[in-house]
Design a protein around this ligand. Structure first.
Ligand SMILES: C[S@@+](CC[C@H](N)C(=O)[O-])C[C@H]1O[C@@H](n2cnc3c(N)ncnc32)[C@H](O)[C@@H]1O
Length: 308
């Protein structure tokens, strides 16, 4: 049984023609304000006002998508409101206006799809494109990479091992943290990753022979290592002639927030990293673009090669 007051609210919500048109469109597929605006031919403030009311009622919700938001029907609408919407939808589904809106949206889709590539030229890095995620791009590009006998220093819980192992002749995951080591062993076993070893050790003293590695990696781990200069000296020792070093860390910053993540160092300057890569050739050190969200941490990447 529904309280009469609540029923009144539900019916008032659904009695508005614009809101009904919005609901019919969203019932078929999730849409952005711009798409709804174009389809209904109404101004943004009017559409946004109605969407706010529908959102407040619990019929729809929205999810951020690039610079805009996409609205969709909720799957957990309260029973009586869902029943009221179900009844109204049944009565208005074949209405002339509802059908006209759907046809207009289909037309707009065709026009917009044809112009999508032109429209995003110059802003593709901020736009959503299906499948164009950083994870997919990284994994795709990694298919060309070969790491040979690789040592990953500060390897963590093995999440990177999953990516690296297929591109390594042999992978050694070095980490001193017992919880990380246990998680890495568990993950590597579960995934049955071949030729992967987990070595509990600190980066400053790795119990492996000289010149045993074709690549040594530090993937956001240098800022955790108490004596980073010693860890890089160790990396130079472990590299075989022609072997390559990759350090991905943070640019020097003044954010106390980093300590919350267990960092020992507030990033590094290129000068520091280059100085610690002494004895290596082809040393390159470059900052990457800052993260878009505050406090805008910025990564620093160093690559170098052991002389033949
Ligand atoms: C943010 S995690 C990065 C893990 C991994 N590289 C990744 O990208 O998924 C930093 C890692 O550095 C490790 N670490 C801490 N002290 C270290 C040390 N002295 N030598 C090597 N690694 C260390 C931590 O245990 C942690 O697993």
């Amino acid at each position: 049984m529904v309280a009469v007051d609540d029923l009144g609210d539900h019916l008032r919500l659904l009695a508005d023609g614009t809101r009904l048109r919005l609901l019919h469109l969203l019932d078929a597929e999730p849409l952005t304000v711009a798409e709804l605006q174009e389809t209904l031919g109404l101004g943004q403030s009017s559409i946004s006002g109605h969407l706010a009311k529908l959102k407040q009622s619990g019929l729809i919700h929205d999810v951020a998508e690039g610079a805009s938001r996409r609205y969709r029907m909720r799957s957990d609408v309260a029973t009586h409101l869902a029943a009221a919407w179900g009844a109204v939808r049944g009565l208005s589904a074949d209405d002339f206006q509802t059908r006209a809106d759907r046809e207009r949206l289909t037309e707009l889709r065709k026009t917009n799809a044809a112009g999508w590539v032109d429209r995003v030229a110059g802003s593709l890095d901020r736009e959503y494109a299906p499948g164009r995620t950083w994870a997919a791009l990284c994994q795709g590009l990694l298919s060309f990479a070969r790491f040979g006998r690789c040592i990953d220093v500060g390897a963590g819980d093995g999440s990177m091992a999953e990516l690296l192992a297929p591109r390594c002749e042999q992978l050694t995951c070095v980490d001193p943290n017992p919880a990380m080591v246990a998680a890495a062993v568990k993950r590597i076993d579960a995934l049955r990753l071949a030729r992967v070893t987990v070595l509990p050790a600190g980066g400053e003293a790795i119990p492996l022979p000289d010149a045993c590695a074709d690549s040594v990696l530090f993937l956001q781990s240098l800022q955790y290592i108490p004596v980073p200069a010693a860890a890089l000296r160790e990396a130079v020792r472990l590299l075989a002639p022609g072997g390559r070093l990759l350090v991905l860390t943070l640019v020097a910053h003044d954010q106390a927030e980093a300590e919350r993540f267990g960092h020992r160092h507030r990033g590094f300057t290129p000068r520091q990293l280059v100085g610690w890569a002494r004895g290596l050739d082809d040393v390159r050190c470059e900052p990457l673009p800052a993260e878009p969200r505050p406090p805008h941490f910025q990564s620093l990447v160093l690559t170098a090669r052991k002389p033949e």
